[in-house]
Design a protein around this ligand. Structure first.
Ligand SMILES: [Zn+2]
Ligand SMILES: [Zn+2]
Length: 384
């Protein structure tokens, strides 16, 4: 069955006002309402018909499509809209022109001129700078409105004029096949609605120029790689009169030759002599911030195993720089490579002494691992 004309269904005309359409619908909906006519399928079908007609005619955008292209136009628009049940021409315009007009169709005026875009950049700091905080001067390039023409792109004393192609709407309709045509940005004005007959020389009619500035920044102590520092108002300029975007700086901390960072803690290796490791005793080390710290090596310290802690000599907390992590010192026992005659004499003596008490064979890590693989471990939880 062919679809009836929506105006006919509601008993209104194309020139009827919204109020008249609503009034007509209310009367018919009451008459055909399923609750009033239980079991009468024909009447219920009528109810659905008037409701469908009303849904279209009360909606300015869909009414516009229906008026121009009829039922088929609505069907195509619905299909083109991704099957979401009808398409909003206003939304379509918003999507198409969002990029050109600066942020979406209808709500533009209410939101005021568009704020400038943010600038994202990476800033490198040394580990020491990250620990103490540092002043850095960064130079940035940003987009600004041309001062010569105030951002209009038109030569001083002239004005942009309405685009003849689109009559200032910024849109033109391109056939998508069939009866329906899609709005797209006018090719005469790139969607702006205006053209510039006499372009500004400084910006070649673009209205925007590249600008540079130098900023002194205080990078706080405790920053780490991927920490983001936001500097408000130092991004790109927005539309004339709008606030500038932000400068978003992402920290990248360079690796240090000696100190490795682990959250708030620092880790370093510290060489001690064989004799010092065996006997224990105080050693002095220099921290990242060049402070001298004395730490006590325990008697019988083992290489790469004994870890000492210099409390409070790690990295400061970004939120509260008085709170600091620790410096973890991994002792590395060094075997002497060149010996003085006296040292040689003493070590020979030591070797002689060791020779009289042969060391007990010990299982190292790999020996234990082999035992595990061969099953040479005490049975646990087995019932016999
Ligand atoms: Zn145009
Ligand atoms: Zn200009």
């Amino acid at each position: 069955m062919a679809k009836r004309d929506y105006y006919e269904v509601l008993g209104v005309t194309r020139t009827s006002t919204e109020i008249e359409i609503t009034k007509a619908y209310r009367g018919l909906a009451k008459k055909y309402h399923p609750d009033q006519n239980p079991g009468d399928d024909e009447v219920v079908a009528k109810y659905h018909e008037v409701t469908e007609a009303y849904e279209v005619l009360k909606d300015g955008n869909r009414k516009q499509i229906y008026d121009r292209y009829g039922h088929e136009g609505l069907a195509q628009a619905a299909a083109g809209g991704g099957g979401g049940g009808g398409v909003d021409l206003g939304d379509l315009l918003g999507q198409v022109f969002g990029d050109f007009l600066g942020g979406g169709g209808r709500g533009r005026k209410a939101r005021g001129p568009r704020r400038g875009e943010d600038i994202e950049d990476v800033i490198d700091v040394d580990l020491l700078e990250a620990a103490t905080g540092v002043k850095k001067t960064v130079s940035i390039r940003y987009e600004a409105n041309c001062k010569e023409c105030g951002g209009s792109g038109a030569k001083a004393g002239t004005q942009p004029v309405q685009c003849k192609r689109c009559k200032g709407s910024g849109a033109e309709y391109v056939s998508a096949g069939g009866l329906f045509s899609f709005p797209q940005a006018c090719r005469g004005c790139s969607g702006r609605g205006t053209v510039i007959p006499d372009p500004c020389k400084a910006c070649r009619g673009v209205g925007r120029v590249e600008s540079r500035e130098s900023l002194d920044l205080n990078i706080p102590p405790g920053v780490d790689t991927r920490i983001r520092l936001s500097v408000p108002g130092h991004g790109h300029e927005g539309a004339p009169g709008a606030t500038r975007g932000n400068l978003e700086l992402i920290i990248r901390v360079r690796e240090h030759k000696i100190f490795e960072r682990d959250g708030h803690n620092l880790i370093c290796q510290f060489p001690v002599s064989f004799a010092r490791a065996a006997l224990g005793g105080p050693v002095e080390l220099t921290t990242l911030t060049n402070q001298k710290v004395t730490i006590e090596v325990p008697r019988g310290a083992q290489t790469h195993t004994t870890v000492l802690r210099a409390v409070g000599h790690g990295m400061p907390d970004l939120d509260d720089p008085r709170r600091k992590g620790d410096l973890l010192v991994i002792l590395v026992v060094e075997t002497p490579t060149s010996l003085s005659p006296e040292q040689e004499q003493l070590l020979r003596k030591l070797a002689e002494l060791e020779g009289t008490t042969p060391p007990m064979p010990r299982k190292g890590f790999f020996g234990k691992l082999k035992d595990l693989i061969n099953g040479d471990v005490p049975p646990t939880g087995q019932k016999n």
